[in-house]
Design a protein around this ligand. Structure first.
Ligand code: PEP
Ligand code: MN
Length: 339
């Protein structure tokens, strides 16, 4: 970390900066330039409170030269993390994991029919919410525990892995008892108590990017899970709030190669929430795979027109089957294959 001092910083100003750094237990080094001086903090562990230093008199700017996260960084682990899932499936290696299903579990008939359809098209995992974080308290909130039972039944019949969301600390253990992968949704990306608990859940975590979160925020949230002892985090780009209401979100394809450059963790993409519009989902699914996503999360519903949530962005089963064919071709072209 480099502290740039103002050109008019006095000797007492300099001393105060050095004293604060040393009182925090770090070494400092003064670099006296022609026009101004700098103080470098040597060997700190990332826990320095930048705001406290920046507020000192005589300080112009504090520049971070190291990243705020550690365990999720590329520098921490040279090899990409390959998350191993039941049934020999992996995420983060050569295989591309396709996770599909309705936004929410609505009924036995709906979830089983959708599970059969996505399985038939070649998906590896079924994703549907039993507990749904909805923007409106009047909207369908999910079937809760009954939804989890129906997901377990769908797995028993189809062999698909189950991905489903835990919304709060009370529900996490309940979800962990059924899910093969626990989703932490966009709204909870910065629920630090939940993230810590996810770090002790003993199951892989699918961590979705918050609607207003930067890439650094996403990586810091993943860091919470890793620091609690769970290395199996799969990140998910699902779009962020943008200026244009034409689409539900601004699907940030840049985030995929950006995360790959910064972190060893796998990242999958969710073009369903990214676009909010069924007609746009296949194009962005193909683009995300081409951009390097380690998997895709795609909402599919047997009868989207009757869906209780996110019907407008859910593919019809036939559309999904066609998309899977296209994805196979793209995967082959970039030296990967669908799991
Ligand atoms: C969902 O996955 O259905 C969902 C609610 O997504 P997000 O958390 O990305 O909004
Ligand atoms: Mn949804």
């Amino acid at each position: 970390m480099l502290i740039v001092l103002r050109s008019d910083a006095s000797q007492p100003d300099r001393d105060r900066v050095v004293d604060l750094i040393e009182s925090l237990g770090y070494k400092s080094q003064l670099i006296d330039g022609h026009e101004r001086a700098f103080v470098a903090i040597v060997d700190h562990d990332g826990r320095v409170d930048i705001a406290r230093i920046a507020a000192l008199p005589g300080v112009e700017e504090v520049i971070r030269v190291t990243r705020p996260y550690r365990m999720v960084a590329r520098e921490w682990r040279a090899e990409p993390t390959v998350v191993r899932l039941p049934g020999g499936l992996t995420v983060g290696g050569r295989e591309v994991l396709i996770v599909a299903g309705p936004c929410a579990v609505e009924s036995e008939a709906q979830i089983l029919a959708t599970a059969r359809a996505v399985k038939g098209a070649g998906a590896s995992a079924l994703r549907a919410g039993a507990f749904k974080p909805r923007t409106s308290p009047y909207a369908f909130q999910g079937l809760g525990a009954r939804g989890l039972e129906l997901l377990a039944a769908a797995r028993a019949e189809t062999g698909l892995l189950i991905v489903t969301e835990a919304m709060d600390e009370e529900g996490l253990a309940q979800v962990a008892a059924v899910a093969d992968v626990i989703q932490i949704g966009a709204r909870n990306m910065q629920n630090y108590a939940l993230l810590k608990q996810a770090g002790r859940a003993g199951k892989p975590i699918l961590l979705k990017r918050g609607a207003s979160a930067g890439i650094t925020d996403l990586l810091l949230s993943a860091e919470y899970v890793l620091t609690e002892g769970n290395p199996d985090v799969i990140l998910c780009e699902r779009g962020i709030r943008g200026p244009d209401a034409t689409t539900r979100n601004l699907f940030d394809l840049n985030a995929i190669p950006a995360v790959k450059a910064l972190s060893h963790l796998p990242i999958i993409a969710d073009p369903s929430h990214g676009t909010g519009r069924r007609a746009m989902v296949p194009a962005m699914a193909r683009a995300a795979l081409a951009a390097g996503a380690d998997g895709l999360l795609i909402e599919v519903h047997v009868s989207p027109d009757e869906a209780l949530s996110d019907g407008a962005q859910s593919l019809y089963p036939e559309q999904f089957a066609l998309l899977m064919e296209e994805l196979r071709g793209i995967a082959a072209a970039i030296g990967r294959e669908l799991a």
